[in-house]
Design a protein around this ligand. Structure first.
Ligand SMILES: *Cc1c(COP(=O)(O)O)cnc(C)c1O
Length: 359
């Protein structure tokens, strides 16, 4: 056997592995998974029915154009079908955007810390990441991000609210930023947690994109709609960008099960958004509880909270796990804790309280 391996692209060297949220452990106390920002509610019966019925035909390829879902989205958001593109989760769509815009020698700007998929998919594209630190308030530093634009910049991610800090950028500052970015640089508004926002000054990306051809909006069914396991997300963008997304899509990437579940979820939106409302209520309860315990917590507009624990991060995550809640540590920085069912949040608050007292 030869020792030589096939030639692989040098860009793959050192690509960090995506760290999935740890599953809840099956032994020990009742375990809750608060590590992946998933929706804790089980599928709605009606959505389940559409999934089972689509599953009965999985010997067939899905509708490649996602016709039913595209029409439903076009109606729901008041955009032409030609401005829509679906993909295998919004991470899949983000990867397609990079494939469409960026390669070796190009630069992609994003805040840091932000969504951990950004460095991975940027490096795979061959482009160079330009990470702009969050402000001391854990918010995107949009002035610094605009200042980081060069002739080589092809794409900028704005994660709003930001994962893992939950912080937002508001309308006026975002508009000011977009006015500064050159028209030929694509700005991607990643709105994975849009439905959890209650701050009226946070703009809806789909309103912002309408008169800005260099803005694309990413949305997902994974979080508020509870379809994380089915892999379906979408972009809203002007025609050249949406067309490029259709070219870069994996053929038949979005299964019929996912397409039908997404349509059923849009039709059950009232009920699903009611669940989001309950989670937002729990978010306030957890936030208030933490503040009362003496923690400094950035105000979150998403379905998680962020505790900057520095070198105590892994300690804290370990204590949480032993108490039955699995959280998401970023070693040396902090812990992101998903808002779950009330019982899970209670366990987390209790652990946070005793940890706080020992600090
Ligand atoms: C969860 C998340 C996504 C969506 O992921 P899917 O691929 O749609 O499951 C996108 N962006 C951010 C910032 C996220 O946290």
């Amino acid at each position: 056997m030869s020792e030589t391996s096939p030639k692989l692209r040098a860009e793959l060297d050192g690509v960090p592995a995506y760290v999935p949220g740890k599953p809840a452990s099956t032994d020990g106390p009742v375990a809750f998974k608060l590590s992946s920002n998933e929706n804790p509610y089980p599928p709605l019966p009606g959505v389940m029915e559409s999934v089972l019925s689509a599953a009965a035909a999985f010997n067939r390829y899905p509708d490649m154009a996602c016709t039913g879902l595209m029409n439903e989205l076009a109606d729901r958001f008041g955009v032409p079908v030609s401005h829509l593109a679906t993909g295998t989760g919004s991470v899949g769509v983000a990867q397609q955007l990079l494939q469409a815009t960026s390669g070796p020698g190009d630069e992609v700007i994003y805040a840091w810390r932000s969504f951990e998929a950004y460095p991975i998919i940027t490096q795979i594209s061959g482009a160079t990441s330009v990470k702009v630190p969050l402000t001391s308030g854990e918010v995107h530093d949009l002035d610094a991000m605009a200042g980081a634009v060069t002739d080589r910049t092809r794409m900028i991610f704005v994660c709003n609210p930001n994962n893992p800090t939950g912080t937002v950028v508001r309308r006026a500052e975002l508009e000011r930023f977009l006015d500064r970015v050159p028209d030929d640089v694509l700005v991607v508004l990643d709105e994975a947690y849009k439905e959890f926002i209650r701050d009226a000054d946070v703009p809806d990306g789909i309103e912002i994109y309408r008169d800005r051809p260099n803005v694309a909006v990413l949305r997902t069914f994974s979080k508020a709609y509870g379809l994380a396991g089915l892999r379906v997300g979408f972009a809203v963008a002007h025609e050249p960008v949406a067309a490029a997304l259709r070219k870069t899509a994996v053929p038949f990437g979005v299964s019929q099960v996912a397409q039908d579940a997404a349509v059923a979820s849009l039709r059950a939106e009232d009920e699903l958004l009611g669940r989001v409302g309950s989670l937002v209520g729990e978010r306030s309860r957890v936030f208030d509880g933490l503040v009362r315990q003496g923690w400094t917590v950035p105000e979150s507009q998403a379905n998680f909270v962020w505790l900057r624990l520095g070198d105590r991060t892994l300690d804290f995550a370990g204590v949480c796990e032993r108490a039955g809640v699995v959280v998401r540590p970023f070693a040396g920085e902090g812990v992101r804790v998903t808002i779950g069912e009330a019982e899970a949040n209670d366990v987390f608050l209790k652990v946070a309280e005793s940890f706080r007292q020992e600090l």
